[in-house]
Design a protein around this ligand. Structure first.
Ligand code: FA5
Length: 340
């Protein structure tokens, strides 16, 4: 019996086979258990003799089974390790790394420039009260100049802000009578038809400086100087700006500022439509009515404000000829800005 069991164990090469052998020879219904069960029927002389033999056979089978099981398990683990082995000499798969969106890069550049001049950054809500977007900026309900900014209304008194000038109004109300020197970057919304230079959602950076009137009054010359330095910082030393008289109800006088087109230099491109100039911002001296509404005495304070169109700046800085590229998330477009 022992020889037979050991022979079977020898050729078994799977755990299941070994387990079957264990049940067959050592299980409850196996021959050794049978022998041990029948011990009572044996004589007193035979009992220790047969008992010793049965135990020896059981011990031998058990020992052989355990060693073989350990061997089979080890072999299985080795096989698995071999199959799952990692070849550390293989070159790694490249990880796709993203990069800054060109608009983010421009916002950061604009912020850096103005922070360097002592401006602080202030933010305001995109869902805005009609009051801060229009009324506090000298644009009462029904004012015809509201048509200049076609508006997404949410209710009669709530809207998606059409410009970051709303943050001007909020800050002035908050600071009441104190000097202010801030920029406010953020998203704005207008019911404009999308084309190469217009988007229904775009970004602006507002600037507002208010100072007490002294002998060294701040005026249009400060505004021009700061924005000229800004254009040179963004587009290079040879960039020029020009001021065109314009109208905004919240500034007097008002100007629109163009910068010379870096792409075509005036000979004709999609960005400047062949004029050689592209409008980048609106600006002016803060209207006395706006100062007064926010609690500033216009005889004691004056200030200037500007609203920069960020996409236009990015288009000029990176030679992008269609504003819609910024919002379509085409990876081929975005990957061109890896250096930013
Ligand atoms: C304004 O929004 C005024 N709030 C700017 C201002 C601020 C004037 C403070 C005086 C004092 P305007 O509507 O012109 O002005 O817009 C300012 C800039 O935003 C434009 O010069 C242009 O660069 C950009 N812009 C306007 N409309 C769009 C549009 N639909 N898509 C992309 N950029 C736009």
């Amino acid at each position: 019996l022992q020889q037979e069991a050991l022979g079977k164990i020898e050729v078994a090469n799977e755990l299941k086979m070994l387990n079957d052998i264990r049940v067959e020879y050592l299980g409850k219904k196996g021959p050794i258990t049978e022998v041990l069960k029948g011990m009572g029927k044996l004589s007193a002389e035979e009992r220790p003799l047969i008992g010793a033999i049965a135990n020896e056979v059981r011990g031998a089978i058990q020992e052989k089974l355990e060693t073989k099981m350990a061997d089979v398990e080890r072999a299985a683990i080795e096989k698995k390790l071999e199959a799952e082995a990692i070849d550390v000499t293989l070159p790694g798969r490249p990880v796709a790394v993203g990069n800054h969106h060109p608009l983010t890069a421009v916002v950061e550049k604009i912020e850096d420039f103005f922070l360097g001049l002592g401006f602080e950054i202030v933010e305001g809500p995109e869902v805005e009260k009609d009051y801060y977007n229009f009324e506090a900026l000298n644009l009462p309900k029904g004012h015809p100049a509201r048509d200049m900014q076609d508006t997404f209304y949410i209710t009669e008194d709530m809207l998606l802000r059409t410009h970051t000038s709303s943050v001007q109004a909020r800050t002035m109300e908050l600071e009441k009578g104190k000097p202010i020197k801030i920029i406010c970057p953020g998203k704005v919304y207008r019911r404009d038809d999308d084309d190469a230079t217009h988007s229904h959602q775009f970004m602006q950076t507002e600037g507002l400086v208010i100072e007490e009137i002294t002998d060294e009054n701040i005026g249009m010359s400060n505004l021009k100087g700061i924005l000229d330095a800004f254009a040179k910082e963004m587009f290079g030393e040879d960039r020029e700006i020009r001021l065109r008289p314009s109208f905004f109800p919240f500034t007097e006088p008002s100007v629109e500022i163009d910068t010379s087109c870096m792409k075509c230099g005036g000979c004709g491109c999609n960005i400047c439509k062949g004029t050689g100039w592209i409008e980048i911002l609106g600006a002016g001296m803060v209207h006395p009515n706006v100062l007064e509404m926010a609690g500033y005495d216009p005889k004691k304070y004056r200030g200037y404000a500007f609203g920069i169109g960020q996409e236009r700046i990015a288009m000029l800085a990176y030679g992008v000829d269609d504003i819609r590229h910024f919002y379509t998330n085409d990876v081929r477009f975005l990957q061109q800005f890896k250096q930013l």
